[in-house]
Design a protein around this ligand. Structure first.
Ligand code: OGA
Ligand code: MN
Length: 214
């Protein structure tokens, strides 16, 4: 099994989410699965199947190149690599619900490709009371990432005043954080940088429509 949710790591993850709101988990997913997912993204890029990412939902959805520059494609479970990854996220969802009673009922996720110079400015994935994204996951798919290539994920405290962590996007690393609580940012990258961003949602959606363009 690619993602070993051992009792030990589960405890560390749950403790960290409760106490600090975020958790960095190196080597959470095998290189083999990451490579298969990375190959998919490179294929989509060559085919022109990635779309420029936007911000906001529904009517306020807009392309804003000053805020984010990545290109995305939503996972739909159409390949073995995707279903394997989605199964692992389902295991994680089960553990989060069991221990934290979050009532997570759904997971949505997209591949994201940041080309050289791309970034995503400081933001929250979900606003308290408005949306239903509860927990964010980010899996990195970049083999042999060098520390001077930029593209780090910066995690801020809730008040957004100080940096809590600067995380390099190495292949197999999974970062998990509370969507309403943790402001974060992707620093400009100097190399192609690929990730899968995903969100566990709870069932209080207003109308239940997901805007696939977000
Ligand atoms: C996002 C995001 C972080 C990353 O897509 O909302 O914050 O490191 N991604 O790719
Ligand atoms: Mn985000």
């Amino acid at each position: 099994m690619a993602l070993e949710i051992t009792p030990d790591i589960t405890e560390q993850l749950l403790d960290a989410l409760v106490c600090q709101g975020w958790f960095e988990w190196p080597h959470a997913v095998t290189d083999e699965l990451c490579q298969a997912l990375l190959d998919e993204v490179q294929f989509y890029d060559e085919e022109g199947a990635l779309q420029k990412a936007g911000i906001g939902r529904g009517q306020v959805h807009q392309l804003n190149q000053e805020i984010r520059r990545d290109q995305i494609k939503w996972l739909n479970g159409s390949t073995l690599a995707q279903t394997t990854y989605l199964q692992q996220m389902a295991q994680l969802q089960y553990q989060l619900n069991r221990a934290l009673f979050l009532g997570l009922f759904e997971y949505e996720s997209h591949f994201a490709l940041y080309k050289s110079g791309d970034f995503y400015k400081k933001h929250l994935d979900s606003f308290r009371g408005q949306a239903n994204r509860m927990v964010t996951t980010v899996l990195y798919l970049n083999p042999n990432w060098q520390s001077d290539w930029g593209g780090e994920l910066v995690i801020y405290d809730e008040a957004s005043s100080c940096q809590l962590a600067v995380i390099t996007p190495e292949m197999g690393k999974l970062v998990v954080f509370m969507s309403e609580q943790i402001p974060h940012e992707v620093l400009p990258t100097r190399k192609e940088r690929v990730s899968i961003a995903g969100w566990f949602r709870c069932n209080n959606s207003i109308g239940g429509n997901i805007d696939p363009a977000l």
